[in-house]
Design a protein around this ligand. Sequence first.
Ligand code: CS2
Length: 459
Amino acid sequence: MNRLSLSNLPTKPAVDPGELSVGIVHLGLGAFHRAHQAVFTERAAQLTGETRWGIAGVSQRSAAVRDQLAPQDGLYSVLTRGTDSTSIEVIGSIREVLTAPEDPDAVVARIADNRTAVVTLTVTEKGYRAASGGGLDLSDPEIQADLAGRPPRTVVGQLAAGLARRTGESLTILSCDNLVANGPFLQRLVHEYADAAGLRGEQFDAAAFPASMVDRIVPATTDADRDEAARLLGVRDEAVVVAEPFLQWVIEDHFAGARPAWDTAGAVLTADVAPWEQAKLRMLNATHSMLAYLGALRGYETIAEAVRDDELAAAARELIRSDVIPTLTPPDGLDLPSYGESVLERFANPALKHKTTQVAMDGSVKLPVRLLGTIQDRLATNAEPASAALAVAAWMVYVARSTTVDDPQADRLKSAIANTTTPTDLVDALLAVESVFPRNLQENEAFRTLLIGHVTELS
Ligand code: CS2
């Protein structure tokens, strides 16, 4: 069967992808970007006819995505799996693919290029290389190697080097990762890096770092998905990504220059993203992590199986109701209990096959964002965050039981728990990891007691 390419597009789009020029650089060309920002960008181009917003996508590590996309002229499809319907859409907004380890100078040149007005990022929590207090981790060996003068490989190094070389229009750098106040967080890291590298100039103050909240469940693609895409398209697509029907993007309306008309494609531009982001991280991502750990401990392979277990669904509902909602200010027009229910319904979509192990990875950097803020807020009002503590306890038992932990701090976690035998030992050993737990939680006796109780029950 032929490969998907410009010459055999199954349907003719209003704007030919071949006509697009690059105006966006995206760092972190994983499945999530291809099922989210690239889709908004594609739809905006089709609706407005604008041709200046093609994407140059950067893979931070492997060349796999480039090798899949290059023979397909950058085209790929999104296979949308609803509970009882499937559809497919070809996306042409990615016009160039760079692989950072192979083309580090080209990445910087693209960011520095005045035709680039916006840089977007999905590099996951660990890609920011922040220390636990939120500043740049200057002890990180990759940050040190970039600061020592090699062509930069870290995201902050790439951004700082690119910004330092800009001469014209100011740049907008838009984080699309699941982090608290992701825009200001990234701004601080880039500024700290630039200071350490002696690069800081006026381009740095002129750049805008809007915050954004992104939402779409995107499980890893399987061979069965590739086969189904081929059947639906009539051509082979090695780069297909799978997603749920739900798609949401709330962006702080704070751009330094031009931007694609993402709003015409359904993105919400708003003055304040924080209430949206808090609701999403504390409800969706927190219950996702809870179901991943509790589910994996019960032997479930997918999130859908885990949330179809009545006890686990009840635990997730309880987390939302008793610990999370009391800490939130709802965004205008959002009913928090209904939002919580809609999230659990999305998780239950049996067509998605989202692995518990996929959501469980990188817990040491996800937990602080998803659960520890809720726990701190609850403890500050003298409430007992029993449900949120259950999710943290499930992570602890998961770390203890897994032979290999997929986590940037795996070695540190495994060596912390090496000689622990009792639930109390395990809790104390992991609570002491200061790159995960802030001091006020390490020292909170009520939190510790809750954790020990839950770990005892789960063990
Ligand atoms: C998930 C998220 O992998 C994970 O940790 O919780 O990727 C989640 O699917 C997305 O944030 C949904 O928008």
